[in-house]
Structures are given as structure tokens and as C-alpha cells.
Unconditional design. Structure first.
Length: 220
């Protein structure tokens, strides 16, 4: 069986050495080059054009731009992002740049080997735990898109929402915020209209379902 030409890049010498040892111990791979920065990844990609390139995305330089640049130049290499970062947005950025897979450091050697073989075949490979996060990220993004633009609250509305979660009455809210009780009622009416609900209980339930980013930060 023909060996897969593989390049490896990581700015941690021990990690890079471990990767080299792992793949050189397998007959189905041949390590053709190693690097430790985005600049070296670009040079290796242009000069060597390995079939698969495992790249640490936190190396010096912008590895995403490097992958995108090499993809535009048609080098034919398939990139496998390899990182300790397991955040869905970072993985999405790597895939958008042109990576064919994303493997989280700490995974088993066999999963990394399987990932290399998968991307070499033209498949997409995502670490299992991260794949679950990406599915949830996509699901939440779809729900937010279906719900329309996020609700915007004023600072005063945010204060009232915070006090509602503490079980405060309109009178207690008015006293603490030093405003009239009628003003509190006006704010409550505005909140019900924004949230498309009918009463203060539904206001409380609706705001508990919102993302924290949609609620104004409290003033200290």
C-alpha cells in the first residue's frame, strides 16, 4: 500500500517530536517535512506539497490565512487542524479557512491516525466531543435566525429584569431605583411589548430564555 506523504507543524518541540515518532512508526505514512510557524507551513506547502499537513493553529503567525493562501494557490494539500482549543468558533474558523478536519490535542493516537486517513480520502473529520459542540452551535444559530433579530433592552429595563428575577414587586423596584411606581409600570409595559408577552410572569420566563449577551450588563 502506498504511504501517505505527511507534514507536521507545531511550535512545541516535545509535541512535534511525539508526532514525528508516532507517524514514522507506521508504515502507511512518510513524514516529508516539519515546521514550527505559519511562515514555515507556507514554505513547506509551496515546496513540498504534502498530501496531508497537520498544523497546530496556535503557532506564531496567522495559520488560518496561511491555509487559505495555500488553498488559493492550488497546492493540493489537505490540512488537519490540531489544537488544544476546543471552542466551536475557532474550529469553524479553521474549517472556513480550508482545513479538512479539526482534532483536539489529548485525543488518542488512533483517532489522530484515523483523522489523517479520512482527510486524505477527501472526507471531513472532527473530534467527537467537538463535533457535538458544532452541532449545538449550528442548532442555536438556526434558532436565533428563526427568532429574528435579538431584543434590545435599555439599562433601566435591564435593572428591572434583574429585580424581577429576585422576586421584587413594582413598589420595591420603584423604591430601590428611586423612580415612581407608575414609571415602573410603564417600563413593564414596554418589556411586555418587546418580548411579546402578556404579564410580568411571562416577562420573567421570556428573559430567562435569552442569551446573556442580549441582556444589558448591570451597572456597578
Amino acid at each position: 500500500m502506498r504511504s501517505i506523504a505527511l507534514a507536521l507543524a507545531d511550535d512545541h518541540p516535545l509535541m512535534l517530536a511525539g508526532l514525528v515518532d508516532l507517524f514514522r512508526s507506521k508504515e502507511e505514512f512518510v513524514v516529508v517535512a516539519t515546521g514550527s510557524s505559519a511562515e514555515e507551513v507556507l514554505e513547506i506547502g509551496l515546496q513540498t506539497a504534502p498530501e496531508v499537513f497537520i498544523v497546530d493553529i496556535m503557532m506564531p503567525g496567522n495559520i488560518f490565512n496561511t491555509i487559505l493562501d495555500l488553498m488559493k494557490r492550488g497546492c493540493g494539500t489537505r490540512f488537519l487542524a490540531f489544537s488544544a482549543m476546543s471552542k466551536s468558533d475557532i474550529a469553524i474558523n479553521a474549517l472556513k479557512a480550508g482545513a479538512s478536519g479539526y482534532v483536539v490535542k489529548g485525543t488518542s493516537p488512533q483517532e489522530l491516525i484515523d483523522a489523517v486517513k479520512a482527510v486524505q480520502r477527501g472526507e471531513i473529520f472532527i473530534s467527537r466531543d467537538l463535533a457535538c459542540k458544532l452541532i449545538e452551535h449550528h442548532r442555536m444559530a438556526s434558532l436565533r435566525a428563526a427568532a429574528g433579530p435579538p431584543v434590545k433592552f435599555s439599562l433601566r429595563e435591564g435593572q428591572i429584569i434583574a429585580m424581577l428575577t429576585r422576586g421584587c414587586t413594582n413598589r420595591q423596584i420603584a423604591v430601590e431605583l428611586k423612580i415612581g411606581e407608575k414609571t415602573v409600570k410603564n417600563h413593564m409595559t414596554a418589556l411586555m411589548q418587546k418580548l411579546n408577552v402578556r404579564n410580568r410572569l411571562e416577562v420573567l420566563i421570556a428573559t430567562q430564555k435569552l442569551d446573556r449577551d442580549e441582556l444589558p450588563a448591570p451597572r456597578h
